[in-house]
Design a protein around this ligand. Structure first.
Ligand code: XMP
Length: 536
């Protein structure tokens, strides 16, 4: 293996070698990120890095433990990803999960073969050795399996910890060398005692302390922000969402008035939201927000457009123009604070790095992830204090910083806002219609205590569709509103939400009676996939 190959994601742990860390070598599993989240839930820091990271590079990062993730390959595939075999000799505990375990077995001289039957789904594990890794894991406990290959012969010195009816080696260990392997996925929710197993690995085997706490993160971030920014000025594009708001609180606590928040009102927000946001920040939080009223510019920019991608692109382009003009007026600034989160860092590994300086540069405004690159001459230095965090961790940080619940618990809202919830051309009148319907949805969802139990609940206006109705003795011919309510864990997949019929009935009655131009309300019963959450 080449020692030249850098880690795909430069671990941010380098800057804080004091902090204990469990590193996850990613072999392409859809669950790698989830493993990191589970570890962090034990209050120990964890990052996902490339499987190509060498033992030498790992030693510099000084992890307390290493986890080899699962992956789609078979260890016998041509070009199957391998880890540096020197990892086994480092004396650091290693846990191989699924593919990671098979790799461990194969590299250490055991035998991996295609299983008689691929195993997918829940399986009961039978425990052969209840010590260390499987302490507090119950006999017969359900674990999640997803594998076609199986270990058929253990490498020298390994012992069997558990098996299932179809998998002779479901968990294995070389106790002395602290090398462990599990064929199942302890990180997924279906693995009932998976969390207990992860705690065993983290605390008992790797001997970590629970030091990754939100309070510690906030303290350390404030110190780092101060050290980095010095007496310079920082610009922050505030959207009112969880990430940019939490970032504003954190930055403000660190550098006070050296921070300038800019809120660009595109005119596509929900009813009264821009006003509320500006008042909250300026008057209640005493964080100064420069309000940029750009509503007519944005409507003009998408005049006559019906194509969703066109709309998004034009809104994105306009955003950059306004951002550029206004930041010049308010500037100069040395830094741009961005609410980049850890999943963005993993996904965009290497891509945002200036090849000359090696510094990360602003090519995207993440609060509008549909917005394209900023112009070259506007490249601020970046400061991204949330880049180690998952979304749920940002919420915890927000809580510690006293960001109010109405922001922390806010449902996701797309950068282009209501403009992509009007099917057809966006006009001021149509925006008002949608805003009124949307307000009723929000009011009723709140009144019935549904706000936190659905992922998103909103209205969509079918502006180019009309249908016939009857109100009083009058025939009507007007537009429909679609109600889109979904439940989801992360927005990647979603189910249409099974909200009570009587709530839908109230919302429907109110919209038809109170919103001019609407005579019909329909409920979207499409999951994602095949639908998306937004209509455009
Ligand atoms: P879709 O429609 O792709 O949406 O199923 C998934 C999640 O992403 C949100 N979304 C956006 N968020 N800018 C954002 O910040 C956008 O352009 C954007 N488009 C969709 C959407 O609301 C859902 O939560």
């Amino acid at each position: 293996m080449s020692t030249q190959t850098p880690a795909l994601v430069e671990p941010t742990a380098k800057d804080q070698l004091q902090q204990q860390i469990i590193l996850i070598l990613d072999f392409g599993s859809q669950y790698s990120e989830l493993i990191a989240r589970r570890i962090r839930e034990t209050q120990v820091y964890s990052e996902v890095i490339s499987y190509r990271t060498t033992a030498e590079q790992l030693r510099l990062l000084n992890p307390q433990g290493i986890i080899l993730s699962g992956g789609p390959s078979s260890v016998y595939d041509l070009g199957a990803p391998q880890c540096d075999p020197a990892i086994w000799e480092m004396g650091i505990p290693v846990l191989g999960v699924c593919y990671g375990m098979q790799l461990m077995v194969q590299q250490l001289g055991g035998l991996v073969e295609k299983a008689d039957r691929a195993e997918y789904g829940k399986a009961a594990i039978h425990i052969d050795d209840p010590t260390d890794l499987l302490t507090n894991v119950n006999e017969g406990s359900t674990m999640w399996m997803s594998h076609g290959d199986s270990c058929h012969q253990l490498p020298a010195g390994f012992e069997l910890l558990a098996h299932t009816d179809n998998t002779p080696c479901a968990a294995i260990a070389h106790h002395e060398r602290r090398l462990y392997g599990v064929q199942f996925h302890p990180e997924v929710v279906h693995s009932i005692d998976g969390a207990a197993m992860i705690r065993n690995f983290v605390y008992h085997i790797c001997r970590c302390q629970p030091t990754w706490t939100t309070e510690a993160f906030v303290e350390q971030s404030i110190r780092e922000i101060r050290a980095k920014v010095g007496d310079k000025r920082v610009l922050l594009a505030l959207s009112g969402g969880v990430d940019s708001s939490t970032l504003a609180f954190l930055m403000h606590q660190a550098i006070g008035d050296q921070l300038t928040c800019m809120f660009i009102d595109q005119g596509f927000m929900r009813k009264l939201e821009p006003e509320r946001l500006v008042t909250l920040f300026n008057e209640q939080f005493h964080i100064n927000v420069e309000y940029v009223q750009a509503r007519s510019r944005f409507i003009d920019a998408i005049k006559g457009m019906v194509d969703p991608e066109e709309k998004r692109k034009r809104i994105g382009r306009e955003f950059i123009r306004v951002f550029e003009e206004e930041s010049k007026k308010l500037g100069p600034f040395d830094y741009l604070a961005q609410g980049t989160l850890y999943p963005d860092v993993i996904e965009s590994a290497d891509t945002n790095v200036d090849p000359q300086t090696g510094e990360r540069v602003a090519v995207k405004i993440k609060s509008h992830h549909n917005v394209g690159g900023l112009p070259k001459d506007l490249q601020f230095k970046l400061i991204e204090p949330l880049r180690k965090l998952f979304k749920d961790e940002v919420r915890k940080v927000g809580k510690v910083l006293n960001v109010p619940d109405e922001i922390i618990q806010r449902q996701p809202f797309p950068g282009p806002g209501l403009a992509i919830r009007i099917m057809g051309e966006v006009t001021a009148a149509r925006l008002n219609t949608l805003r009124d319907a949307d307000l009723i949805v929000r009011q009723e969802v709140n009144r019935h205590g549904l706000y936190n139990s659905v992922w998103q609940a909103f209205a969509v206006l079918l502006a180019d569709v009309k249908s016939v109705g009857v109100m009083g003795d009058q025939r009507t011919y007007a537009n429909p509103i679609v109600l889109r309510f979904v439940s989801s864990e992360d927005g990647m997949t979603a189910d249409w939400a099974k909200v009570p019929y009587d709530v839908l009935e109230i919302i429907s009655n109110r919209i038809v009676n109170e919103v001019e131009g609407i005579n019909r309300v329909v409920y979207d019963i499409t999951s994602k996939p095949p639908g998306t959450i937004e209509w455009e």
